[in-house]
Design a protein around this ligand. Structure first.
Ligand code: C2E
Ligand code: CA
Ligand code: CA
Length: 635
């Protein structure tokens, strides 16, 4: 910040003071001219002149170069010339002195050391200027320099202020620009936030609202009216993982898109449709005629969604299941209602009605399931699982043909939990793969130990869950275990249920054939329960058929069941399959199946499932070691 002080304007207030000063000096000293002359570089100016008649100089006159020579004014020290005429050195100035002949002047300086000018007195006659006049002038010199000092400070302040003002203006400008950028940024962010919100709330594949959006929509409905009647219809595509595995994800995606298009097409207006998980959709129906319209809706959707989907010129039927929960009856909040609709879907029967309403008994089942699940999580880690073995007996000779490995779970809190209660849970939470691997390893290790110990050829039957069956690593895992325990593959038989076959025939054929290739037997368990189709027996390379114990239980009193059992056994024999009748509890049942030609039985009559040691004691140590043809075939 540099200020050219020489051009500084002397404020009026100071100027007035200076005027008073020169007037005062002029009066006190009876001197005609008292001047303050300002040096402006190029020229000198009579800046202040005493206001009396006799003063020949007038204030403001410029170009006094000639009249009052610069040497006078720019003299650094006090200068006294009593009579100019007497001094050859100053004589040149005389002509310009407007009749003045003597001069006394003191220099005036700006605080920075620059010359301001001079304060001087001039007389028309020779004058030595008395000391009191000189000291008066010196006093005024100091006063004027004090004024100059304050002016300089003021000027610096103003300059600083100017700079600050400029700075401020620049900052203001920058600020305005920044504000502009900021508002652009805010706009950008707002649009980004909108995109993010979209991504967070909508499913990318189908464009439908997702689970979070559905829940907040439901919460909004309930916030407006806690008693609002509405139905939550939970729709699940069955076997979707198998479809993805068999046809690929692209086809899976197309199926989901087609289903969402059907839902959109079928439902307009009052409905809210969301995709809540990979293969599950939810429809909300808000209406006062809830019961009547919900049933109609469920039937309509069931009809529409069960139509085969044509994808890449293939007809694919994706079975669906639906569960329903109603507000406000089934729960006070969105997530409870959604959970219950989902539970109704899962707990609903596979056969029969296309949809299932949530019920009180489902609530109990849900609570129980929660309790079990919390303990199941650590069961494997805590060694709570073990295997029991139940004998498979030759109906005629009563010889031991094999054993079925049956999983047991003993939990310190829950006690003994039946497999029916926890297997489906483990299937749902994905634990079944680890648990199933434990069963396979333990059973294979057990049978190989027995074989080494007793040299008794028998087969070990192991139940395989549909979830495990879908695991592409199953065949490899089994082959590795057989190698590890050096067990002849024919001593192992895997039991699968019809569910596996219904879900995905292509995958089932592949796995069954792969198991056959490594020499492992495959049996069809619980035959006759579900949609039992005899055609399955021709289609797949089974070794054994197990007639469900439901048939056997009613042999005594149901002619129909007797006929069915007879037909199944005959058919299986024709197809050269081993047949095992499950659940043989009585001698009569044993006699019936024996008569019909069923080779093998399993049931309490022959032996209950028991731990390995007990099994060995009751069934292996008592065996005669004469091995008959039937057993040779197995070994
Ligand atoms: P399942 O494969 O049909 O097994 C036979 C079931 O019938 C066993 O029940 C057995 O104890 C029972 N049982 C045997 N003989 C008789 C009889 O004479 N009368 C009656 N009333 N019941 C008899 P458990 O052990 O409770 O197993 C039930 C189901 O749990 C099994 O049915 C099977 O589907 C499943 N399961 C058992 N262990 C495993 C396993 O390791 N893995 C898988 N995935 N499922 C298993
Ligand atoms: Ca079984
Ligand atoms: Ca069975």
């Amino acid at each position: 910040m540099s200020v050219d002080i020489r051009t500084a304007v002397v404020p009026d207030s100071i100027l007035a003071g200076w005027q008073q000063t020169v007037d005062l000096v002029s009066e006190i000293a009876s001197i005609p001219a008292v001047l303050i002359i300002r040096d402006q570089g190029e020229e000198l100016q009579v800046f202040v002149a005493s206001d009396n008649q006799t003063n020949p100089f007038s204030k403001g006159s410029h170009d006094v170069r000639g009249s009052l020579c610069q040497a006078f004014v720019r003299h650094e020290n006090p200068l006294h010339v009593a009579d100019i005429a007497q001094h050859p050195e100053w004589q040149a100035c005389l002509a310009e002195m407007h009749g003045m002949v003597s001069y006394y002047g003191l220099p005036l300086y700006w605080p920075c050391g620059q010359v301001f000018g001079t304060i001087c007195i001039l007389d028309s006659r020779e004058n030595n200027y008395a000391d009191n006049i000189r000291s008066l002038l010196a006093r005024f010199q100091k006063t004027i320099e004090a004024d100059l000092d304050s002016m300089a400070r003021q000027a610096r302040l103003e300059a600083a202020n100017e700079v600050l003002t400029q700075l401020h203006e620049r900052q203001q400008q920058e600020l305005t620009e920044l504000r502009g950028q900021l508002s652009k940024e805010v706009d950008n962010r707002a649009s980004m936030a909108q995109t993010l919100e979209y991504v967070q709330r909508y499913d990318a594949l189908t464009g439908l609202p997702n689970r979070a959006a559905l829940l907040s929509h439901m919460e909004h409905i309930l916030a407006v009216n806690t008693n609002q009647q509405f139905a939550v219809l939970y729709i699940g595509l069955q076997n979707f993982k198998t479809i993805n595995d068999s046809y690929g994800y692209l086809v899976g995606d197309q199926i989901l898109q087609t289903v969402s298009d059907r839902l959109r097409h079928d439902l307009a207006g009052n409905f809210y449709v969301a995709r809540v998980t990979g293969n599950e959709f939810v429809v909300l129906l808000v209406t006062s005629r809830i019961e009547e319209l919900t049933v109609r809706l469920a039937n309509r959707l069931s009809h529409s969604l069960n139509q085969p989907l044509v994808i890449d010129q293939q007809n694919i039927t994706v079975p669906i299941k639906m569960g329903l929960a109603m507000s406000p009856a089934d729960g006070p909040d969105a997530s409870t209602l959604l959970k219950k609709a989902g539970a109704a879907m899962n707990l609903g029967k596979v056969s029969g009605s296309a949809y299932t309403f949530f019920t009180d008994s489902m609530q109990l089942a849900l609570d129980e399931r929660c309790r079990l699940e919390s303990h199941l999580v650590d069961a494997l880690k805590n060694n709570e699982f073990s295997l029991h073995f139940q004998p498979l007996i030759a109906t005629e000779s009563r010889k031991l043909l094999g054993a079925e490995a049956l999983l047991r779970w003993f939990n310190p809190v829950l006690g003994q939990v039946r497999p029916d209660q926890f297997i489906s849970l483990a299937e749902r939470n994905g634990q079944i793969n680890d648990i199933g691997n434990f069963v396979l390893r333990t059973a294979i290790e057990q049978i190989s130990n027995w074989y080494r110990l007793y040299k008794y050829p028998m087969r070990m039957a192991v139940n395989i869950s549909p979830v495990q069956f879908r695991d592409t690593g199953l065949v490899r895992y089994v082959a590795d275990l057989l190698a590890e325990f050096q067990l002849p593959p024919s001593m192992l038989e895997l039991e699968i249920t019809e569910g596996v076959l219904m879900q995905d025939e292509y995958q089932a054929t592949r796995v069954i054939n792969a198991l056959k290739r490594i020499g492992v037997g495959v049996s069809l368990d619980d035959f006759g329960t579900g949609y039992a189709s005899l055609s399955y027996l021709q289609k797949y390379a089974f070794d054994t058929l197990k007639i469900d114990r439901g048939f056997i239980a009613h042999l005594d009193n149901s002619e129909q069941d007797r006929e069915l059992a007879r037909a199944i056994i005959a058919m299986a024999k024709k197809l050269k399959l081993n047949v095992i009748a499950e659940g043989i509890e009585t001698q009569e049942q044993n006699d019936f199946i024996l008569e019909e030609g069923c080779d093998c039985g399993q049931g309490y009559l022959y032996g209950r499932p028991v731990p390995a040691l007990e099994f060995a004691a009751s069934h292996l140590e008592t065996q005669t070691f004469a091995i008959d043809d039937e057993q040779m075939a197995i070994a």
